[in-house]
Design a protein around this ligand. Structure first.
Ligand SMILES: Cc1ncc(COP(=O)(O)O)c(C=O)c1O
Length: 368
């Protein structure tokens, strides 16, 4: 376990030593951005740390409302609701849509928060092959007559793959299904303005597409959100037990969200730099004949044939001053990989150092 003794940026301090940091999901470097930190400090001074109350009782501040309005404007939706964590988003959405679906179709490699969100008992659950819209179509055909809901990650957390949402959307429309996209890793990253996977694929506005999103990754803060029509947000506020019975996002964290969203919207070049950095790494890793995935996203996996090898590579990097962790995560446990997480704040020199070390390890451990 990496012990952090300070903030996360493109470098970290761990046990008194400085490391080049290719971990976490601070894609745009906003977690320690001076403007975000200042906004948090001001909010702590005014509001304290926490209201110790749910949004539904006495936990809503003007900051929460301002953040929701900023998120709705960013997403081009009527409204948005923020809540305590991104992980809760899938549960909240599946909770309020209950009664409108009877079978849930899930990507086989879906995130743990998606699996946890399936209401027990009342619905049937079917897993379709990973990113395979054809198999999804087959399963939907086979289960004709049910009211289907399809749920997938937008960008997959471990592999950086983008779900083929254009194909999935066609299948969803054919079967009049509801589509839910967990865009935790795509918000602020994909799409012309950073709105996520539906924007990346230029999907039309459609009341049957829902996104669950988080401010804890590209936005560098914390907390989940769902945007949509007033009827969706009202159902959350009035009908979700998860929303009503959990403590509100702490106000300083709401302030962080407002500040980072403003930075994101004013600096589209951050996203370009992020994706260029990620592509430089992915391209080089592919050239070195490591097994990886081929998407323009900030998660670059290096997949190895044993856990020992993956751990060995991560340790080699760490001994040479670079953190890129071996992933032991409750999704796709059978895959042995390190995950390189790229940020817009990584410098060319940092990337060169990482690539040089990867090449050294490869030459020593996998040359024929
Ligand atoms: C796909 C996906 N969904 C949801 C979450 C949960 O988001 P948060 O960490 O903001 O609660 C994560 C984060 O780890 C994730 O990778």
């Amino acid at each position: 376990m990496i012990l952090l003794n300070g903030e996360v940026g493109n470098y970290i301090i761990s046990n008194g030593k400085k490391y080049s940091y290719f971990a976490g999901n601070n894609y745009l470097g906003l977690a320690s951005h001076p403007q975000v930190k200042e906004a948090v400090i001001r909010a702590v001074q005014k509001y304290g740390v926490n209201f110790a109350a749910s949004r539904h009782t006495t936990g809503t501040s003007d900051l929460h409302l301002e953040l929701e309005s900023a998120l709705a404007s960013f997403k081009g939706k009527d409204d948005a609701v923020v809540f305590a964590s991104g992980y809760q988003g899938n549960s909240i959405l599946l909770e309020i849509l209950k009664g409108r679906y009877s079978t849930v179709f899930i990507d086989q490699s879906a995130h743990a928060s998606i699996i946890a969100a399936i209401p027990t008992g009342a619905v049937r659950v079917m897993f379709y092959d990973h990113c395979d819209a054809g198999h999804l179509d087959y399963l939907l055909d086979y289960n004709r007559g049910s009211s289907p809901l399809v749920i997938t990650d937008g960008i997959f957390a471990l592999t950086g793959e983008i779900a083929p949402l254009n194909q999935i959307y066609e299948v969803v429309r054919k079967h009049s299904a509801i589509l839910v996209v967990d865009d935790a890793h795509a918000t602020g990253v994909l799409g012309e303005t950073g709105k996520g996977t539906p924007e990346h694929f230029n999907l039309p506005e459609d009341a049957n597409i829902h996104q669950t999103e988080t401010m804890s990754k590209a936005l560098g803060g914390y907390g989940g959100f769902i945007s949509g029509s007033l009827s969706v947000t009202e159902m959350i506020r009035e009908g979700s037990a998860t929303y009503q019975a959990s403590t509100a996002l702490p106000p300083p964290i709401a302030a962080a969200g407002i500040a980072s969203l403003a930075i994101l919207r004013e600096n589209p070049d951050l996203r370009t730099r992020l994706l260029d950095n990620a592509w430089r790494i992915r391209d080089a890793v592919t050239g070195m004949e490591f097994q990886t995935t081929h998407f323009r996203t900030p998660i670059v996996p290096i997949i190895l044939d044993s856990p020992e090898k993956a751990q060995g590579l991560s340790l080699f990097l760490e001994e040479n001053g670079v953190i890129a962790p071996f992933m032991n995560y409750p999704v796709r446990k059978a895959m042995h990989q390190i995950r390189i997480a790229v940020s817009a704040s990584h410098t060319d020199d940092q990337i060169s150092q990482l690539l040089e070390l990867l090449k050294q390890w490869k030459d020593k451990n996998e040359s024929n």
